[in-house]
Design a binder for this molecule. Structure first.
Ligand code: ZN
Length: 90
């Protein structure tokens, strides 16, 4: 098991890791809903715009803080499955 890179498991593992991360983000968003802080910027406490929440339902910030990487990903609306990068040709 030297070269695992082109083994399909590597791709599955990446997708699984993405999914686990997304589940964590969803859990966190649900917790924010429970605590009444969903839709409030975690940085400046400003309300997160409806447009932003529609695009990024798991957004933690209002989007005015480019220095903060919003770990929430864009909603996969119409973008298809998560892209898995791998060398298609040798
Ligand atoms: Zn903010």
């Amino acid at each position: 098991m030297a070269a695992v890179d082109d083994h399909p498991y590597a791709a599955y593992s990446a997708v699984l890791s993405d999914a686990e991360h997304l589940l964590d983000e969803i859990d966190d968003a649900l917790s924010r809903l429970e605590h009444g802080t969903y839709g409030t910027c975690e940085h400046c406490r400003a309300p997160i715009g409806a447009d932003r929440l529609a695009e990024l339902p798991l957004a933690r910030t209002c989007g005015s803080h480019p220095q903060l990487a919003d770990s929430a990903r864009r909603a996969p609306a119409g973008d298809g499955p998560v892209a898995v990068d791998g060398p298609p040709a040798r």
